[in-house]
Design a binder for this molecule. Structure first.
Ligand code: 1GP
Length: 249
């Protein structure tokens, strides 16, 4: 699969749709997948911080039936490992100070991952305050990064990169009222070379555009598309047009 690093090196932006196995219904998934033939998506992410029915495998099988788009697991814990995906974000929650989510769960997951054949993507996961407590903050028992402190996010990302993490994920949390600010994305962009993933509360083409302009390499959208399927064509087009404008410039 085209890796995120390749996107970054080529200066291209990418777009991912997050599918939460708890929320997505079969018909809605099938319609969404059919639309991606016209409005492409670069990656499907499958997962969430709290998943209750563990239907990752069914969702992945359904995607495979209709699409060749790479599938990346976005796990909340080792129970979410599913070897039929292509890759997994191996998330270290570096915005928090809970050792279990910095290294503990990883020790439990390591032997399973070794056998899985999944591509492992070591990722610095930074949860950013969006005004309300998110599921990931509650489940992980960690405080998010302050929304208006880009410098703290930049130092966190720098440390993560120095520790060898290969991607940085700035996440305002699913359904966030306000997405990660362009100022924070730009601050992180100015200090790290690794690809930057941005998600949480991106529910318009304009918000996606602003995030890419500030330096995001991969835009992740879940809730927005669940609530309004017409957002898919809009976001797919905004990302393509952004990439075309970079090539023409
Ligand atoms: C959440 O970044 C993802 O972890 C996506 O968020 O559901 O708000 O798009 P949304």
């Amino acid at each position: 699969m085209t890796t995120l690093r390749e996107y970054r090196l080529s200066g291209q932006k990418a777009f991912a749709v997050l599918l939460d196995p708890d929320k997505i219904e079969q018909n809605a998934l099938s319609e969404l997948l059919a639309r991606t033939a016209t409005y492409p998506v670069d990656f499907f992410l499958v997962g969430g911080s709290l998943v209750t029915d563990y239907s990752h495998k069914e969702v992945i099988t359904a995607i495979r039936r209709q699409s060749t788009t790479p599938i990346v697991l976005f796990p909340g814990n080792p129970l979410h490992i599913e070897s039929s995906a292509d890759a997994i974000f191996f998330l270290s929650l570096i915005s928090g100070r809970n050792p279990d989510f910095l290294i503990g769960q990883h020790v439990i997951a390591a032997p399973l991952l070794k056998k899985s054949g999944l591509e492992i993507l070591p990722t610095g996961y930074m949860v950013v305050d969006s005004g309300t407590q998110t599921t990931v903050s509650y489940i992980s028992g960690t405080m998010p990064l302050p929304h208006d402190k880009p410098g703290v996010a930049a130092c966190t990302a720098m440390a993560g990169e120095m520790l060898g993490l290969q991607l940085m994920y700035l996440d305002a949390g699913s359904g966030a009222r306000k997405p990660v600010s362009p100022d924070m994305i730009a601050a992180v962009r100015s200090v790290v070379d690794v690809p930057i993933i941005v998600g949480g509360g991106i529910n318009s083409g304009e918000k996606a555009y602003q995030a890419m302009k500030a330096g995001a390499d991969l835009i992740v959208v879940g809730n927005g598309i669940e609530q309004d399927p017409d957002l898919l064509p809009q976001l797919s087009t905004v990302v393509r047009e952004f990439n075309q404008s970079v090539v023409q410039a």
